[in-house]
Design a binder for this molecule. Sequence first.
Ligand SMILES: [Zn+2]
Length: 195
Amino acid sequence: MKRNTARNMSLGLLALMLTVLSCNKAENSAATPEAQDSEMAQTPVPDPEVTTENVPTPATAAVEAAAARVKSPVPGYTVTYPFGVKDPRYAAGYHTGDDYASPTGTKVVAVLDGTIAWSNNNGGAYGRWIGLRASNGRDYVYCHLSVRSVSTGTKVVAGQKLGEVGATGNVTGPHLHFEDRPKGGGYGQVRKPKW
Ligand SMILES: [Zn+2]
């Protein structure tokens, strides 16, 4: 009886030791490389890490700002012909806005909160057009529209649809010609569009 118990105990111990050993082995082979990799990257460079953590923070802030900020007056489209290109075809001698080539019917949106200063079909070379008097005191001019969805005096918020891209006025194809003027500014009183 006593002998058996002792034998059982030592067998049990052996089994336990083997289990512990194999566990360690498994942990060493499987878990360690990963754990070491990430720790190697983190531990020796606490300061750089603070800086790298500081980089994601502004980046995150930028992403958050981007959510609030409208990146393009034609969401999903970028400038295809930029402001400032010298060309005698234009009365001003240069391209007075940024062009966003996009299919007729693509929505255009307010880049900032504001009020619609004008919305009519009397843009001449600019066709159907809309002027957004924005919260930053600038007038943003949306030209060549096919559809105007807002009327003069309407209050709008950033990102709100104002109309649709078209090819009205003097154009060779559908696009938004987008100008940035001082409040009440006329043709040629423009800067590179920003908001
Ligand atoms: Zn243009």
